[in-house]
Design a protein around this ligand. Structure first.
Ligand SMILES: Cc1ncc(COP(=O)(O)O)c(C=O)c1O
Length: 353
């Protein structure tokens, strides 16, 4: 089940709370260069300009950037390029890094963070001998944002530390991002342009790290894997205007998320950790039945049990506009109420009347 993803929950007619991609249409300053790039599809893509633009955005030289067909492609390069002897993945998190490492023939040591303490990252939980460590920040599906210092503490000589920052731009100002850190040994930061910009179908992401590590990844990257339209998007998304817009979007998202979390808590629903991204993780008794009932009433949510460390009682909910969240919480409350009453009826001793 490592290869199960939220898009498999979505079906026509359902409100999509299962996929964490922003649903608003991308701005015209982004769609126009993508559309204009179609005139150049007769040429093989040249990533130089987009690589330089992304490098500038993160204050790094271009040799420290590798563009990829989405963050997902970057995970497939880790095993072949790095050949780890002891790979450790911090869970619960997005499952593709582990799936890609297993496909490349590596065993993966799972470090499980605990729901009881809000999925907080403890350096001591990571095996000291691990020469490859993968951690998400903010983490999908918990929405927990680890302090930059806690993530940085995992870096050391002889180890590659991969930080999946696919959702970093959902946090205003990215205070805990390591994307600009050039001093940490073995650091690779993986980024995605598909979430905030609503570009999941375009396939564009990138990796930041030392020139030496980036070159090793590049040797295993497929030729011309990032298309000309995706390169146009990368250039547009690296501009100062894009970074400003990202901040505004993240600030709006924070308000929508607080609204959703408050409504869930008012309805007595347990919300995991301190959510910081574009989704929240909830725990409801009978999660599988609840998810099926939500589907019947028009809402697709993401099941939790395919994430190592979580079970069937966990559901992940995308943050949408407040009206959608209100409608969802009203339906969820009814489903939970009906479930409690059905259980009470089942438990009632028939002999007692
Ligand atoms: C945490 C995380 N990292 C990476 C990805 C992959 O992103 P991309 O669309 O850039 O391949 C996802 C997609 O769901 C994700 O949730």
């Amino acid at each position: 089940m490592l290869r199960f993803h939220g898009d498999a929950e979505v079906a026509p007619g359902l409100v999509d709370l299962a996929v964490n991609v922003r649903q608003e249409a991308p701005p015209s300053w982004l769609t126009e260069p993508i559309a204009a790039s179609l005139a150049h599809l007769g040429h093989y893509p040249d990533p130089a300009e987009a690589t330089a633009a992304i490098a500038r955005r993160h204050g790094r030289p271009p040799e420290e950037v590798l563009l990829t067909a989405g963050a997902a492609q970057a995970f497939t390069l880790l095993g072949p390029a790095l050949r780890p002897r002891h790979a450790a993945v911090v869970h619960p998190q997005f499952t593709e890094p582990e799936a890609a490492l297993i496909t490349a023939g590596h065993e993966v040591d799972r470090v499980l963070l605990r729901a009881e303490d809000g999925f907080v990252l403890h350096e001591a939980a990571v095996p000291p001998e691990a020469d490859l460590v993968v951690v998400g920040n903010p983490t999908n599906p918990t929405s927990v944002l680890h302090p930059a210092a806690d993530v940085a503490a995992l870096a050391r000589e002889g180890r590659v530390l991969v930080v999946d920052e696919a959702f970093a731009d959902t946090v205003t100002g990215e205070p805990e991002s390591l994307s600009g850190r050039r001093d940490l040994p073995g650091l690779l930061v993986i980024r995605s342009l598909t979430k905030t910009w609503g570009l999941a179908g375009l396939r564009i992401g990138y990796v930041l790290g030392s020139a030496e590590l980036i070159e090793r990844l590049r040797e295993h990257a497929p030729l011309w894997s990032v298309s000309t339209p995706a390169l146009a998007a990368a250039i547009a998304c690296a501009s100062p205007r894009a970074v400003d817009t990202e901040r505004e979007i993240a600030t709006g998202l924070a308000g929508d998320r607080e609204h959703l979390v408050a409504a869930l808590r008012r309805a007595g629903v347990s919300v995991a950790g301190r959510p910081a991204s574009s989704f929240v993780l909830i725990r409801v008794p009978g999660g599988e039945t609840v998810r099926a009932a939500l589907r019947e009433r028009g809402f697709a949510v993401r099941r939790g049990e395919t994430f190592p460390g979580l079970g069937r009682d966990w559901l992940r909910i995308a943050v949408r506009d407040t009206a959608t969240s209100d409608a969802f919480v009203a339906v969820l409350s009814n489903v939970l109420w009906e479930g409690q009453h059905a259980e009470r009826d089942n438990c009632r001793d028939p002999a007692a009347g």
